[in-house]
Design a protein around this ligand. Structure first.
Ligand code: FAD
Length: 310
């Protein structure tokens, strides 16, 4: 069995496996797609000490760093079930889709998350060409330009407030007849001179010239009329879904499906830790996920030296 088995190979899982392996303990990493979300990213400009890199390059760097250590990397393996230890300090089991089973004294869950998409024409085509999901990452790329934010929940309204300070103009589009964000955020948003708010609006298409976004169309759901906005960017903020469906009923999850962790990355199941976008950690960013991976690995190591091997 492994001393530490990491499930997920994004920045959180990579950092966790490096920290674990450096303790000289038996470390494994199973990932559906090693690299994680960064593989879908173009420019990365906010990983401290790296002024500029691109997603695939960053993913290759993660792979290279992990392979400097004695980590048993099992790529293209999807975890399907977690079976907690039956005795204190006993082995935790992770069942894979392939039917194989992995045993470990501690497990670090770092399965990340995925952005919910609008599923309208043009969205996929113009992803990273004006369509984006991350205001903290891509806001500065739209300096002086016009953008729309799709979604009037807390993340959409926060994004619109944030972007209003960087871009020329923001149109916030909400499907429902009211915004769902906290009142204090809505008040702040309404006070900004360069923001328009459109409610009861269903985005129907992202428009582009073949290379980049040029606008979007939406349907006014009260009048059933179609409208076109000319703009350069579309920030989709309709939800971040943690990849934790397979853990429901085993590990405590928040109402949003995020794995509940403490300061050391410990979950509700003894010996099972978690890190990164799949957890309740606020702010889903590469540097945050990598730090959390280190925390979870050190938490797991602490747990190992306090429990005797079975
Ligand atoms: P992820 O990167 O999501 O990795 C999860 C890993 O778990 C993957 O290997 C996945 O295959 C695996 N996995 C999932 N389910 C299972 C399963 N059941 N079994 C086994 N493995 C599984 N952040 C920034 O800081 N700067 C940026 O510029 C930036 N740009 C972004 C651009 C885009 C388009 C996107 C989508 C995100 C961006 N982010 C950016 C956010 C950043 O990518 C995430 O915060 C970060 O990748 C989270 O790391 P993670 O390790 O927690 O999860």
């Amino acid at each position: 069995p492994f001393d530490v088995l990491v499930v997920g190979g994004g920045p959180a899982g990579a950092a966790a496996s490096i920290y674990a392996a450096r303790k000289g303990i038996r470390t494994g990493l199973a990932a559906e797609r090693f690299g994680g979300q960064v593989l879908d990213t173009m420019a990365i400009e906010n990983f401290v000490s790296v002024p500029y890199t691109e997603g695939p390059q960053f993913g290759a760097a993660l792979d290279n760093h992990v392979r400097q250590y004695d980590v048993d990397v099992m790529n293209l393996q999807r975890a399907a079930k977690l079976v907690p230890a039956t005795t204190e300090g006993g082995l935790v089991e992770v069942e894979l889709d392939s039917g194989a089973s992995l045993l470990a004294r501690t497990v670090i869950l770092s399965t990340g998350a995925r952005w919910r998409s609008m599923n309208v024409p043009g969205e996929t085509e113009y992803r990273n060409k004006g369509v984006t999901y991350c205001p903290h990452c891509d806001g500065p790329l739209f300096k002086g330009k016009r953008v729309a934010v799709i979604g009037g929940g807390n993340s959409g309204v926060e994004a619109a407030i944030d972007l209003a300070g960087v871009v020329a103009h923001v149109t916030l589009i909400e499907f429902d007849s009211v915004l769902r964000a906290d009142e204090v955020l809505q008040r702040k948003l309404r006070s900004l001179p360069n923001v328009d708010i459109v409610v009861s609006a269903a985005t129907t298409e992202v428009l582009g010239d073949g290379n980049k976004v040029t606008g979007l169309t939406y349907l006014d759901r009260t009048t059933e009329t179609s409208h076109t906005l000319e703009l350069e960017g579309v920030f989709v903020q309709i939800g971040l879904l943690p990849n934790t469906e397979w853990l429901a009923g085993t590990v405590e999850l928040s109402p949003r499906g995020e794995i509940v962790i403490d300061d050391r990355g410990q979950t509700s199941v003894p010996g099972v830790f978690a890190a990164g976008d799949c957890t309740t950690v606020p702010y889903k960013q590469i540097v945050v996920a990598a730090g959390a991976g280190a925390t979870a690995a050190l938490g797991a190591f602490d747990h190992l030296i306090r429990t005797s091997a079975p």
